[in-house]
Design a protein around this ligand. Structure first.
Ligand SMILES: [Zn+2]
Length: 452
């Protein structure tokens, strides 16, 4: 899967489905330039952000009048009661917060539509087009978020952790994000529907069969908020939430035929594949997985996380992942299996700060960030334990009850409608055995873990 060797765009997996509103290609981690890659494990508690509101030079006056004001953007991004602030507070158990300033609008000397399409974020790479941002002091900020508002549609959002950004002719070298807003009609086509991604609620869908999906509105975030949260998490240092599935067989068995997307990417390493995750496709849930929360240092090993890293048997109880002051996850690290990438292109990221390969167990409820689980197609996931495998860095959602792949809109997709390990089920491979699942009355689940 040759995804990380070139700048910015991972050409790999973009699921060509109608409900794919989260246009994101994450990050560039270029092997030639490691210096700014935040892949070292570290506790991340605070970031100071510079938000640059940008407008293109060719916006129509009619649409320009509908753009969000600076104070509206302040409210969306920085108000302490905003969904975004609450989200990061919940994901980090009240530990991580961001602050910052909004600059702009700044007009850039570039058109919002080029060759009949909305401008892409690549125009900001290696170019000196953000030239007049008064009072911007790069030393005050940990990251820059470019928020261009366009009336021609959205370019693909991304987080950039290596290449520098030029602002007022000076290089900003600490990582930046391109997180556009659309206020207008796609490609300025008069027949297209009007979209406003700071107001439109994120809609998602669940593939249920050939050309069919169950579409619904997940009210927790607008399109912009979802993309902002997704890209900010990339900026903090992780990539996408993958899934690792093998049709109707467990992932540890030899790969079945036809387990690839139409573009040839194996579903054993399925980028964006975790449908239940903000840095996955986020169609079936918004919570951030425990692997990445642990990477950011948001757990402590006495109260909120149970770590098992020696051979033997242990029985543990896990509470829903967003409940405060509870044991929210089990971290299983396999002795003798140091961090090593499941796919080779990621090898340069791996370093001595990473922990061993292993598994994380977590439980979801249908609270603020995972209301999609109220959908009948997904409700089975409230009845057991979600298993994520990790190679030491990346998170891979496993399916404890494998089902045949779904041929959906001309490509294979995994059937992830029901992935959890439920009472009377066992997950066992060469590393671990997970069994004796008990559903307790208080939302928690108990499970027995053997490390072999
Ligand atoms: Zn992404």
């Amino acid at each position: 899967m040759n995804m990380r060797t070139t700048n910015i765009f991972k050409p790999g997996f973009i699921l060509a489905i109608a409900f794919f509103a989260l246009a994101c290609s994450s990050d560039d981690i270029s092997p030639e330039n490691h210096t700014h890659v935040a892949t070292v494990r570290q506790k991340i508690l605070k970031k100071n952000l510079a938000i640059l509101l940008l407008e293109y030079q060719d916006i129509s006056a009619e649409n320009r009048a509908k753009f969000p004001t600076k104070s509206e953007m302040e409210k969306i991004i920085f108000d302490k009661n905003s969904p975004l602030k609450k989200y990061f507070d919940d994901m980090s158990y009240g530990q991580f917060t961001y602050s910052g300033d909004i600059f702009g609008y700044t007009t850039i000397a570039v058109d919002g539509m080029k060759d009949g399409k909305a401008a892409e974020g690549t125009i900001f790479l290696y170019t000196d087009i953000i030239r007049n941002v008064p009072n911007f002091d790069p030393n005050k900020y940990d990251a820059v978020i470019l928020v261009p508002v366009n009336d021609a549609g959205l370019g693909q959002a991304f987080a950039q952790r290596t290449e520098e950004l030029l602002i007022n002719g000076k290089a900003f070298r600490k990582g930046w994000v391109y997180c556009p807003i659309s206020v207008g009609k796609l490609h300025r086509d008069p027949n297209a529907p009007f979209s406003n991604t700071i107001e439109d609620k994120y809609r998602s869908g669940i593939p249920t069969g050939e050309n069919s999906s169950e579409d619904f509105e997940n009210g927790a975030f607008t399109d912009f908020e979802l993309t902002f949260a997704h890209e900010l998490i990339h900026n903090l240092g992780v990539d996408h939430a993958f899934s690792r599935t093998n049709g109707d067989k467990p992932a540890y068995e030899p790969e079945i035929p036809n387990n690839s997307t139409k573009d040839g990417y194996s579903l054993m390493y399925h980028e964006y594949g975790d449908q239940f995750d903000i840095v996955g496709l986020a169609a079936q849930g918004f919570s951030l997985n425990a692997v990445y929360r642990d990477f950011f240092g948001w757990y402590d090993n006495t109260n909120t996380l149970e770590t098992i890293n020696t051979k033997g048997t242990k029985t543990v109880t896990i509470f829903p992942i967003n409940e405060r002051n509870k044991k929210n996850a089990v971290e299983i690290r396999i002795p003798g299996k140091p961090a090593a990438p499941f796919y080779e292109e990621n090898a340069f990221i791996f370093n001595s700060s990473l922990k061993n390969q292993g598994y994380f167990l977590e439980v979801r409820n249908a609270g603020a960030w995972d209301k999609a689980l109220l959908n009948a197609e997904l409700a089975g996931n409230l009845e057991g334990i979600m298993i994520h495998q990790t190679d030491g860095f990346t998170s891979y959602l496993l399916d404890a009850s494998p089902s045949p792949n779904i041929n959906f809109v001309g490509s294979n997709v995994p059937d992830l409608r029901d992935v959890v390990l439920k009472p009377n089920m066992t997950y066992e491979n060469d590393d671990v055995k997970l069994y004796n699942v008990i559903k307790n009355g208080n939302g928690s689940f108990t499970v027995t873990v053997d490390i072999k």
